[in-house]
Design a protein around this ligand. Sequence first.
Ligand SMILES: Nc1ncnc2c1ncn2[C@@H]1O[C@H](COP(=O)(O)OP(=O)(O)OP(=O)(O)O)[C@@H](O)[C@H]1O
Ligand SMILES: CC(C)(CO)[C@@H](O)C(=O)[O-]
Ligand code: BAL
Length: 294
Amino acid sequence: MQVIDNIAELRSVRGALQGRIGLVPTMGYLHEGHLSLVRAARAENDAVIATIFINPTQFSAHEDLSTYPRDMPHDLAMLEAEGVNVVFTPTPEMMYPPRYQTYVSVEQVTQGREGATRPEHFRGVTTIVSKLFNLTQPDTAYFGQKDAQQVVVIRQMVRDLNFPLQIFVCPITREHDGLAMSSRNVYLNETERQAATALSRAWQAAGALYEQGTRDPDALRQAAETIIKAEPLAQLDYISLAHANTLEEATAPSNTPLLLSLAAQVGKPRLLDNCLLPLSLNTREGATKTLGIG
Ligand SMILES: Nc1ncnc2c1ncn2[C@@H]1O[C@H](COP(=O)(O)OP(=O)(O)OP(=O)(O)O)[C@@H](O)[C@H]1O
Ligand SMILES: CC(C)(CO)[C@@H](O)C(=O)[O-]
Ligand code: BAL
């Protein structure tokens, strides 16, 4: 495995790679969720490039950029064990040198949900992901359903800017009790860790109602909200029930694929979770075929 920390070397190593290239962009502090992306990329490509970069432009001033968890030696050992060919680990100064002034903004699907609470976030994500696509020129790039709005935003960007690549979406990898794996789970103490299961219990309640035939969007949102509100350590940020292709909020009963997504603060971290409805869509194939496919 080659670990590369500068752009010139990355370009030269990329130029020498043959066949189909899969890209897995991450912010590090890797867990099984990240590894599920790496394994999919490994199985479907001739070479895999992973990136580890805590991208400052997607954090607002009050967020946890300086304390975001880091463990580069452990991350590199995990990626090596998975058979990754190249890991790119740039510095912020390399990606955003002095006088840097170019940003990529997707205008509509960035609104609401994560975009409401983190107004600068997606501009940072689409900027860095564009740069990583340009530098690594992958055939396929892998993202997690956990950040479902991010998938929709990136797919919109790929279509609009004609990036010649395919996006694959991997389902959410969970702890045994349902909590979605996330690097920020490390911030949870024991009591908060228990309380954090409210997020998966919330979408499961809405999912069960949906499977029993309920289609009223407010009733589905309400089922999820009741669970979060019953957990004193969880502070609800939003619950959204939206069309999975466009992210337009659902206003009427519908049998087309929906995304129920939610965010809540539990102690220090703000946690995300979601499910596609019908629940049978929460697979790699289901998520790849529905999220952000207009
Ligand atoms: N539990 C998970 N299952 C599947 N994919 C995941 C999971 N967690 C993260 N990913 C995906 O891994 C990629 C890199 O994510 P990132 O490095 O931000 O990890 P994270 O655990 O989501 O961190 P954070 O705690 O900051 O949300 C993203 O495409 C993300 O959606
Ligand atoms: C896609 C990404 C690596 C861009 O910094 C980040 O937003 C993430 O880890 O989901
Ligand atoms: N996976 C999302 C990255 C972030 O929270 O900035």
